[in-house]
Write a protein that binds this ligand. Structure first.
Ligand code: MD3
Ligand code: FE
Length: 213
């Protein structure tokens, strides 16, 4: 029988060597994660950064943790302060840290201790073009990503920008752990389709936990 009120148990889908999707893994704590995002952005608001090439990013960003990722005319970097406000980034909530550590462990990366969490907010049309994440000091440390709100089409390719890409739908509560050889794969997000999510409204949010230094 169709039961609209049951919570489907999470399940794992291997994606590539070192990369695994933990489907729906964050659903049972989505409201608390969204409330924490709200608190963080009340202190350090979401901003559309300008890339070194002079383009305004369609994705709005903020951070929590000891370090935050941002970009400006000087390049891409991790900093202890928000360049706009001059304030330190808010501390990483225990809920965030524990979820990242727990899920990295489930994917085979024990002892994970992220020092940065980048929070991306997508509005309809917002996208992230194919890129590699390589501003972190130790690329043996995985990245844990948590998707909340509206669904998005994630693209992941190979180790060169021109390599063939696969498309994967990332939905509310999905967690992906990226480590091993997958850590340096090119990846991106196609333009977000408009919609209203019951818990997150007109947005998609993505948390990426990183060990920056
Ligand atoms: C694959 N974020 O913030 S999450 C980013 O949905 C970023 O906002 C996307 O790419 C987003 O840098 C994608 C999935 C993801 C995150 C980091 C990765 C995939 C990755 C690092 C290496 C390989
Ligand atoms: Fe990335």
């Amino acid at each position: 029988m169709l039961d609209l009120f049951s919570e489907e148990a999470p399940w794992q889908e291997p994606l590539a060597e070192g990369a695994v999707i933990l489907r729906r893994r964050a659903r049972d704590r989505a409201d608390a994660l969204l409330a924490a995002i709200h608190d963080i952005s009340a202190q350090n608001p979401f901003e559309h950064r300008i890339t070194p090439g002079g383009h305004r990013m369609s994705v709005a960003m903020t951070n929590c943790g000891d370090f935050g990722w941002s970009t400006d005319s000087r390049g891409y970097q991790y900093t202890e302060q928000d360049g706009n406000s001059g304030h330190h980034w808010p501390p990483m909530p225990a809920l965030f840290r524990e979820l990242a550590q727990q899920t990295a462990g489930e994917a085979g990366f024990s002892g994970y201790n992220p020092d940065a969490c980048l929070i991306n907010r997508y509005e309809p049309g917002a996208k992230l073009t194919l890129h590699q994440d390589k501003d972190e000091k130790d690329l043996r440390q995985p990245i844990v990503s948590v998707s909340l709100g509206l669904p998005a089409v994630f693209q992941f390719g190979g180790f060169e920008r021109g390599d063939a890409t696969q498309r994967v739908l990332l939905e509310h509560g999905d967690i992906v752990v990226w480590g091993g050889p997958s850590r340096l794969r090119y990846h991106g997000i196609l333009p977000l389709k408009a919609g209203i999510h019951p818990q997150a409204g007109a947005f998609r949010y993505n948390l990426t936990f990183r060990r920056a230094f």
